[in-house]
Design a protein around this ligand. Structure first.
Ligand code: ADP
Ligand code: 5GP
Length: 191
């Protein structure tokens, strides 16, 4: 079956488990390719430029907005811009890949509007707000200000879940990984 041109998108509050689920799917399905977004936030110790994100200055990011290089972009947190690059999707499609996205809720809805049924939008739901905060704290990736900004946004983001094609509850990780695999298979092969 020809699955070329399909797109798989993950959304959810920071700490809900998007990266964990996406990395798992990328590992098990050779045709899935991660669309590396651009961002102006600082790089974490665990990240690599060009792999997790294209890390840019605010000026560089704004030049790309002016040059119309983004499919969508958002100022997700104050002065922290994130955007999906047209060039990433083109590169993935040139190589017969299935593009996988990890974007915020607003960006996710924009992408769904643009790509329609070719794109499956998946919302990753934490078991509770307290557990979401625990996981974010345990990940230990944020400064105090960035942690607070993420917490402040999370409850509002959770209200978007019903607008997505699928919701994965990420309580027990094994179950969530299995759900993600099942949802991916069904979307790609209708099986
Ligand atoms: P996001 O990409 O949505 O910000 P991550 O995938 O980085 O979230 O997950 C946030 C943290 O929670 C990470 O440290 C990750 O290892 C951990 N985590 C993810 N899923 C679970 C789970 N089901 N149970 C416990 N910890 C989890
Ligand atoms: P983080 O800084 O934790 O990697 O990501 C913060 C938020 O930005 C997450 O909700 C993530 O999904 C979102 N994000 C990452 N890349 C993009 C993008 O290209 N566009 C949009 N709109 N949001 C993004």
């Amino acid at each position: 079956m020809d699955i070329t041109g399909k797109l798989l998108l993950f959304c959810g509050p920071s700490g809900s488990g998007k990266t964990t689920l996406v990395h798992h799917l990328l590992k098990i399905h050779p045709r899935l390719k991660f669309s590396v977004s651009a961002t102006t936030r600082p790089m974490r110790e665990t990240e690599k430029n060009g792999v997790d994100y294209h890390f840019l200055s605010v000026d560089e990011f704004k030049k790309k907005i002016e040059a119309n290089e983004f499919v969508e972009w958002e100022e997700v947190y104050k002065d922290r811009f994130y955007g999906t690059l047209k060039s990433e999707i083109e590169k993935i499609w040139m190589n017969n890949g299935i593009a996988v996205f990890d974007v915020d809720v607003e960006g996710g809805l924009k992408m769904k509007k643009i790509f329609g049924d070719r794109l499956l939008s998946v919302f990753v739901m934490p078991p509770s707000v307290d557990e979401l905060h625990n996981r974010l704290r345990t990940r230990n990736s944020e400064t105090a200000a960035s942690f607070e900004a993420r917490i402040a946004k999370s409850e509002h983001e959770l209200t978007y879940a019903f607008r997505f094609d699928q919701v994965i509850k990420n309580d027990q990780l094994e179950d969530a990984l299995a759900d993600a695999e099942r949802i991916m298979e069904k979307f790609l092969y209708n099986s």
